[in-house]
Ligand binder design. Structure first.
Ligand SMILES: [Zn+2]
Length: 87
């Protein structure tokens, strides 16, 4: 499944994970609109957030599809099924 992101029409915001200024991205196919910087949006889409980012995001959003327990170990935050898009 190819997931894409679009800037929403909301005003600029700060990243939920690292708090730098960013747009509010609408993550397509997930019914999720999140304020994440470019790096954290891409890591989120590719299911490869680092453990600290995973725990920070989970604390903000609760468990949502792209961070549910098949994709991240709920105790260690280790990404279990990162999407490999190297080409
Ligand atoms: Zn960030």
């Amino acid at each position: 499944m190819e997931i894409t992101k679009h800037p929403s029409r909301q005003r600029p915001n700060t990243c939920l994970v690292c708090h730098q200024k960013t747009l509010n991205w609408l993550i397509e196919d997930t019914d999720t609109s999140l304020s994440l910087c470019d790096k954290h949006t891409n890591d989120f889409i590719k299911r490869q957030l680092d453990p600290q980012a995973y725990f920070t995001l989970r604390a903000e959003t609760g468990v949502i599809y792209l961070i549910h327990e098949d994709f991240y170990d709920p105790y260690t935050g280790v990404a279990l099924q990162p999407v490999d898009r190297r080409s």
